[in-house]
Design a protein around this ligand. Structure first.
Ligand SMILES: *[C@@H]1O[C@H](CO)[C@@H](O)[C@H](O)[C@H]1NC(C)=O
Ligand SMILES: *[C@@H]1O[C@H](CO)[C@@H](O)[C@H](O)[C@H]1NC(C)=O
Ligand SMILES: *[C@@H]1O[C@H](CO)[C@@H](O)[C@H](O)[C@H]1NC(C)=O
Ligand SMILES: *[C@@H]1O[C@H](CO)[C@@H](O)[C@H](O)[C@H]1NC(C)=O
Ligand SMILES: *[C@@H]1O[C@H](CO)[C@@H](O)[C@H](O)[C@H]1NC(C)=O
Ligand SMILES: *[C@@H]1O[C@H](CO)[C@@H](O)[C@H](O)[C@H]1NC(C)=O
Length: 655
């Protein structure tokens, strides 16, 4: 064979080496994508598929840029979208994890970039949310050009003409590691900068304090080249970028210019307002909210609301600032921003991040007509009715708890939206409103509309079940801390769902010392004495509050009864029950105590059992209170007996 001849061998060797030599000479830097990202079905300019793995290292630390844009307006949300680390983004950009960022702020995202097949990339993932999304809109609109439709099509199994809502896309983000040539020139990082209309390379070079010629070389551009918006430009840097300092808007003299702005392209100059403004505003807002919260807290406490029938003054001293960051250090570290970050990510995996405009549309611009109560609105989202609650500032704790729980008796969160310092959480809608409304709203109307005995016991079972789940089955276990009839929502078929986890906190581990706080929040009438007096926080706090809710179900009365006439003043339902059951002729006293709306349509012996159970729950001694799981069992027994109950049996008690 001719292969045996030395010249043939040499030729063979050359043939084998040729691609490598070619590779090193032609692909030693990355070619600029040159607007090829717009033609999704043309992949021949491989620049659109990704930057080729021509670097010294198969993986390296790298940086992306991203412009804060609704709904991705906080480091936590951006981190989620880009599969980056929230704390690292916050640190690098000197902002807090959940602080709202001004739209169009340029954010630096530290990531790790690695070679996968033949392209450098950082893997993110994205779940399609609407029918109108395509590979192009995901790459260009959502990811702002950090990915391309070609790369998405290349790395996803879904047919580009047959994408469905819920498809989880792998999103390769464009990044690169320095080549040998760059490394020897001292380049350590390549930043994937997103070009916007109005940009020119000299200005970008100035922004990053990078060398103009070196940027041209890194992207295989020359001084006459045109650059396009929604494409990436590699910025070679010898040190990691820190805060970006924006030079004043450039004079339109430079040679490498972006073509005339596309209709909706953000003006380059205006986005240069800079990171520092963003930091200032963010920090200012946080301080402002904290101050407001403190103000409301103090004011609320001084001005104890007097509930007078029709006036819908919130009884809760917590209502005004639900969801604000805890103001004492009594909260465990699980709610500090840095620990919150990874949880936020998990949460977001199944939650929808809504655009503010969507919520505006759903609620007719938060019209009075849509207001359910307080800051909660009813809205139609994708054909479903949802409740939308506006909260001020940081609601990390509520969201991080809601994301962990999945129980039919606990309200389900479907998503949220951050907008101008407010968080809007969207959760399932309960048709009949809160339990307190159900118990009292129809007082004057026909009695027939009030809850039946069976419904009341079912509700008690549901609430006990939900709270028991929080106490026993979440990790870590949680204490709701704000259980009350206005936080129990009733569905169309009279099932109960516990809502409002703004004050919830993890329970102390078994055997560990109990949590103590000097910051007592909650609603009068539901607060256990050991919490009011010593700030002691244990699951028995919820048991006490549950006892009060059970008493409300039995009596139809409010947790705090305002006495008229001779003995004026407020009295707690939790104190009344002991008088009822420990007085002489307990049975007839209990009949008087039970909600008159029930008339005699309830099994008296079961009511007696329920009242005794409730009395144990509100015992001043927390050790005498039953545990939540015991309550679930006792109440199920009462419910089952209710099913066996024949109203006829009760007739001879009638008087
Ligand atoms: C694809 O390759 C052909 C021939 O090499 C060239 O004419 C065409 O312009 C290329 N298309 C793109 C989008 O680069
Ligand atoms: C955050 O940055 C540090 C170094 O700056 C790095 O070691 C760490 O892995 C990063 N965290 C994540 C989750 O990327
Ligand atoms: C990124 O995703 C690709 C598949 O799309 C996979 O082959 C590669 O290992 C991933 N890289 C990392 C660092 O996870
Ligand atoms: C890319 O996204 C921007 C911003 O969302 C938009 O203005 C532009 O029209 C998009 N380009 C294409 C080709 O869809
Ligand atoms: C579209 O995708 C669905 C599942 O994602 C599949 O069942 C269906 O056959 C596809 N249709 C076409 C025309 O490819
Ligand atoms: C390596 O870098 C120098 C400038 O640093 C440049 O002149 C030269 O052309 C580069 N070599 C290759 C093969 O790109």
């Amino acid at each position: 064979m001719s292969f045996s001849s030395p010249s043939s061998l040499l030729l063979l060797l050359l043939l084998h080496l040729l691609p490598v030599l070619f590779f090193w000479s032609c692909h030693s830097q990355q070619p600029y994508i040159n607007n090829a990202q717009l033609n999704c079905y043309a992949t021949n300019g491989s620049g659109a598929l990704g930057y080729s793995c021509n670097g010294v290292q198969p993986s390296c630390p790298s940086f992306l840029t991203f412009r804060a844009e609704s709904p991705y307006l906080s480091p936590a949300l951006i981190a989620f979208l880009l599969s980056a680390d929230t704390a690292n983004i916050s640190r690098l950009n000197s902002v807090t994890d959940v602080s709202p960022l001004p739209a169009d702020d340029l954010i630096l995202i530290p990531i790790s970039c690695s070679c996968s097949n033949q392209f450098y990339q950082h893997n993110a993932s994205y779940t399609l949310k609407t029918l109108t999304e395509t590979y192009l809109t995901v790459a260009n609109d959502t990811y702002q050009g950090l990915s391309t439709c070609q790369a998405l099509m290349d790395q996803n199994p879904f047919d580009s003409r047959n994408l469905s809502v819920g498809d989880k896309l792998a999103v390769p983000l464009r990044c690169a590691c320095p080549t040998l040539n760059q490394t020897s020139a001292g380049i350590k990082y390549l930043v994937s900068y997103l070009i916007i209309s109005g940009d020119d390379i000299p200005t970008i070079a100035q922004t990053f304090n990078a060398d103009y010629q070196s940027i041209l070389a890194s992207n295989k551009l020359n001084e006459k080249s045109t650059i396009y918006p929604y494409t990436t430009l590699l910025i070679p840097l010898s040190t990691a970028p820190t805060k970006l300092s924006f030079p004043p808007p450039p004079a339109p003299s430079s040679t490498s210019n972006v073509p005339p702005p596309s209709p909706s392209g953000g003006g380059g100059g205006s986005s240069h307002t800079g990171l520092f403004a963003g930091v200032g505003v963010g920090a200012g807002l946080v301080l402002l909210f904290a101050a407001l919260a403190l103000f409301f807290c103090l004011r609320r406490r001084r001005a104890r609301p007097h509930n007078q029938g029709t006036i819908k003054e919130p009884v809760s001293i917590a209502t005004e600032y639900e969801g604000l960051p805890p103001k004492t250090n009594s909260f465990t570290s699980s709610t500090t921003p840095s620990q919150f970050a990874p949880r936020m990510r998990d949460a977001l995996d199944w939650m929808t991040v809504y655009k503010f405009e969507e919520l505006q549309r759903a609620t007719g611009h938060f019209d009075e007509e849509h207001r359910i109560s307080g800051s909660v609105y009813r809205g139609i989202i994708n054909g479903d009715t949802a409740a939308i609650k506006q909260l001020k500032g940081n609601v990390s704790s509520e969201i991080s708890i809601l994301k962990q729980i999945s129980h039919s008796s606990l309200i389900r969160l479907s998503g949220f939206c951050l907008h101008e310092g407010n968080t809007y959480i969207v959760y399932e809608y309960a048709d009949r409103g809160s339990l307190s409304d159900c118990l009292r709203h129809n007082k004057s109307a026909a009695d027939s509309t009030s809850l039946t005995w069976k419904q009341r016991i079912q509700i008690a079972c549901d609430v006990a079940d939900g709270v028991n789940y929080l106490h026993e089955y979440t990790n870590p276990p949680y204490i709701h801390k704000n259980l009350k009839s206005s936080n129990v929502l009733i569905t169309k078929d009279f099932r109960a769902k516990v809502a409002n986890f703004a004050l919830a906190r993890p329970a102390a581990e078994d055997g560990a010392t109990q949590h103590v706080t000097r910051h007592v929040v909650g609603t009068q009438g539901y607060l256990a004495p050991e919490y009011l007096e010593r700030g002691l926080i244990t699951p028995k706090l919820d048991v006490f509050a549950f006892g009060v809710v059970l008493l409300e179900l039995l009596s139809g009365k409010e947790a705090t009864i305002t006495r008229e006439g001779g003995e004026k003043g407020e009295v707690f339902l939790s104190l009344v029950i002991a008088d009822v059951l420990h007085g002489h002729d307990a049975r007839s006293q209990l009949r008087d105590f039970i909600d008159p709306c029930l008339r005699t349509d309830y099994p008296f012996d079961l009511a007696f059992a329920a009242a005794e159970l409730a009395m144990r729950c509100v015992s001043p001694d927390s050790n005498s209170r039953p545990a939540m799981n015991e309550l679930v069992i006792s109440l199920s027994a009462i419910y089952n007996s209710t099913l066996d109950w024949d109203p006829e049996d009760e007739k001879h008690f009638t008087f």
